[in-house]
Design a protein around this ligand. Structure first.
Ligand code: PHE
Ligand code: NA
Length: 455
């Protein structure tokens, strides 16, 4: 029955290592690549405000729930959801949540790796001095050349996926946490440097106002859905990544404190990235809504003009690749954990098969940036756009909603209290958020976006 289990993939040696790994999962392309361009496409301030609200009242409570379920079950998400149901609930269908997550992680990885490939290729561009002293038109052309060349994209996508498979194949405690400890703070410092550079550019006030002054007229129902989806995406929620990491968390670590630390760090990185980028957008007369290429068309301008820019630029893109790498690992860990537990696979074949399959699906994203860019998969979206929309806006919020219902309504209250370690008012607030606010909130945003309610 309820007793606390131990994981058979091993355990993190401390709460800090879990925080490092979970922060490694959370902080990635979502913060630096996706958040700025999504904010730009959805009108800025109002999007940011809704995003922050979603982090606070949905993301953080769901994260606590997801870690808690993981630590209680101590297995891959699919098996955990099954095991906890046997503990007290009555419906085997909950393992569907685990499957949904495995599928979402797999699809996300397929395009994530392609974008991480852009960052890899920019390491070389920065190091060779390609940004030094050039105009914004040259920088835009540089990005378009990369996007237009399927073979170069393929090369970098392949390299990034191989890096990911390499680490996953070697298991949880492979020394990666050590690297996170130094490289994450380094990335953070570089963002501070970039923000400092942005502060003395002529477009700073306009950039900051764009990012922080809410104009609700600019935010559509789909923009609200995108802000909510981005909250799940950036915190790695709703697909089992955090659940799997939670399953390796020592029993005495405080889950709420851990989750809050991760959410604050992730949000800080995203906001810093936005503050560094939008002033550049306005200084150089670019469009905030230029889409997924935004950081690749703006940050090189800063590196090209600042002292030490070759060094800082090279380091920045290297650290960005690193941040993407630690996220990518967590994207296939649920699938790998499942193959190892249920199908008796070794970690190496499991990692190669999962990563290899995501690589194949990623080919669709590679060609949708060039030769197949006119190919409409779904309501005007290319494969790349569709894979992103489906996972970020639908699968992750749906997974998060089900996780909230599971922690709030399905697990026995006593087991929840034992794991979460909150008492009194704090417990009631958190429990109320996962039981009512998350399901109702996600439900309303879904219905609003498909046009069933509101305007
Ligand atoms: N949170 C990661 C990022 O912001 C992406 C991610 C999503 C990782 C879902 C794992 C699971 O880049
Ligand atoms: Na993130």
């Amino acid at each position: 029955m309820s007793a606390q289990r131990t994981s058979y993939h091993g355990q993190w040696s401390s709460r800090w290592i879990f925080i490092m790994a979970a922060t490694g999962s959370a902080v990635g392309l979502g913060n630096i690549w996706k958040f700025p361009y999504m904010a730009g496409e959805n009108g800025g301030g109002a999007f940011v405000l809704v995003y922050l609200a979603c982090i606070a009242i949905i993301g953080l409570p769901v994260m606590i729930g997801e870690i808690l379920i993981g630590r209680r079950g101590r297995q891959s998400p699919i098996n955990t959801m099954r095991a906890l149901v046997a503990d007290g609930a009555h419906w085997d269908g909950w393992r569907f949540v685990g499957w949904l997550g495995v599928l979402a992680g797999f699809i996300i990885l397929s395009f994530y790796s392609v974008v991480a490939g852009w960052a890899l290729s920019y390491v070389g561009e920065a190091a060779s001095g390609a940004f030094v002293g050039v105009e914004s038109a040259t920088i835009t052309a540089l990005f378009n050349d990369l996007k237009g060349d399927p073979w170069r994209l393929l090369l970098w996508h392949t390299l990034f996926m191989a890096l990911t498979i390499g680490v996953v194949a070697r298991g949880v405690q492979s020394g990666l946490e050590q690297a996170v400890r130094y490289l994450m703070p380094a990335l953070f410092l570089l963002l501070v440097v970039l923000t400092g550079y942005a502060m003395q550019s002529s477009g700073f006030d306009e950039g900051l106002a764009f990012l922080l002054r809410p104009d609700f007229g600019a935010l559509s129902a789909n923009g609200i859905l995108a802000a909510m989806g981005q909250a799940f995406f950036t915190l790695s929620l709703g697909m089992g990544a955090i659940m799997v990491y939670g399953s390796y968390l020592p029993a005495d670590a405080s889950i709420p404190r851990t989750a809050a630390t991760i959410a604050v760090m992730d949000t800080t990185v995203a906001l810093l990235a936005g503050i560094a980028i939008f002033p550049l957008v306005f200084t150089h007369g670019l469009s905030p809504s230029s889409g997924p290429g935004l950081i690749f068309e703006t940050l090189p301008l800063a590196f090209g003009a600042m002292p030490g820019g070759v060094f800082f630029g090279t380091l920045f893109f290297l650290l960005l690749v690193f941040a993407a790498w630690t996220s990518a690992i967590s994207l296939i860990e649920p699938m790998v954990a499942y193959l190892v537990e249920n199908r008796d696979w070794g970690r190496i074949p499991a990692a190669v098969a999962s990563g290899g399959a995501a690589w194949v699906v990623g080919l669709g994203s590679v060609v949708s940036l060039n030769v197949a860019s006119g190919f409409d998969i779904f309501f005007g979206l290319t494969w790349f756009g569709f894979a992103d929309y489906l996972t970020t806006n639908i699968m992750l919020p749906l997974g998060g909603l089900l996780i909230a219902i599971f922690a709030g309504w399905v697990m026995p209250r006593s087991a929840v209290i034992e794991e979460v370690g909150l008492t009194g008012l704090l417990f009631r607030v958190w429990y109320g958020l996962v039981r009512y606010v998350t399901p109702v909130g996600v439900g309303i945003v879904f219905l609003h976006a498909i046009g069933l309610i509101g305007g």
